[in-house]
Design a binder for this molecule. Sequence first.
Ligand code: BGC
Length: 492
Amino acid sequence: MDCPVCKEAMITLELDEVEIDYCGECSGIWLDAGELEMLLDDGGKAKKLLDSFSQAKKVKEKHRRCPICLKKMLKIFVGDEAEGKGRLLIDKCPAGHGLWFDRGELRDIISLVSFDQEHRVVKLLRDMFCNECESDASTDEEGNTMIVNKQIYGKTRDGEDIYLFRMENENGVAAQVTNYGAILVSVETPDRDGKGADVTLGFDTLEGWMEQNGPYFGATVGRVANRIAKGKFTLEGQEYELAVNNGPNHLHGGIKGFDKVVWDAEEVTKENEASVRFEYTSADGEEGYPGNLTVSVTYTLNNENELVVAYEGRTDKATPVNMTNHTYWNLAGHDAGDICGHQLVMHANMYTELDEDNVPTGKVKPVNGTALDFTSPHKIGERIDAIGGYDHNVVLNKAPGEMGLVAEVYEPGSGRTMRVYTTQPGMQLYTAEFLDGSVKGKGGAAYGPRSAFCLETQHYPDSVNHEEFPSTVIRPGEVYKEKTVFKFGTKM
Ligand code: BGC
């Protein structure tokens, strides 16, 4: 069982034939309801203890979760101010699975609640956990640290462990990510009535992500997202040939791109935000690209309802890098049908013209007078037939590298909104034209054409073959750095 505070696996201690879970990292103990009963069986004390913990107080939760049912634990009062004994806030599982004490709390609870100080187990607990914990009394009780919940998701065919990480903020926004493909697995966000829904397309199981994710649902895409014409480019006098996997072109990093590799993962928790940082080293020659490239992608959820996706990369040889997140969004819910009724604004006055293979010709043209003009709000479905579905890169109205608001989406049915901010110079608007219902998604959903939209913030497609486009090449000593923020909200 994992510690509800620091997520380390807890050690099981046997006390008088009763098993108690103890966290070696933060020295807290977990007493589940059955254990309490056995420990205190001689006077109905366990019941009294659990009952005296019935009054939950609404405080800013620290998002500790019951290690058994994973429900958010309630803060409960113990002690009586009237009796001048002070009051304590303790974590209790709402389903009654047990109580969580840190060392200071345990010491205080033993002295506050009228425990029989001579009870053998009380003595044992006091001796084991309460000595030398005077200064440890209330740790960070007033803090508002968000935690990352980590669970085993499964194994790859090579036996590598894959994890599912869940971050949740105090407003009911939750994001799940996995170290398989550094994929964004889900985003739950409330509608205007506070009702949550998962607004990203995907799969329930790791097998789904590993075997059916041809569309790149939620994926971190790289080394270079989007198309590279004929899978070829020349850099520093040398021609490179990449894997060709989309007609004559290279798409989304090749046959085994960043979306299909296993990343190292590290959780970081702070006040008001929680992050998972993934790191991967792409070897020199992988999918045909030059240089050993170490990249990271960090997902951070904060209490401002922002999901921040930050990328970094370093190489030992000049190489193109253009990473993006390929989440398929449907703000009405992942299985709510088509996205034609969503209203969209894109702060983009220009777009990159495409040839018949969907690769830029090099010309940058005004959106004015075309179906790509979302400089004022339009329903996505309004002109979608005229353009045969959207699969286009727009040029964002800001300098590359500068963070700015680039898209605003509103779904009138649920009231959900999403704003996109990025440092990237371009964004691919893709309305999932190629989905045909054959992929069985979350809850068995059959995702059809136009059942989602992607706003893939990135450099322009095929930049490595277009000197006139902002450069995607990084060299040894340089750091690739980009950031995109998805901010969720509602309106009436
Ligand atoms: C591309 C589409 C492609 C889709 C899924 C998008 O980024 O622009 O053409 O079908 O990804 O691979």
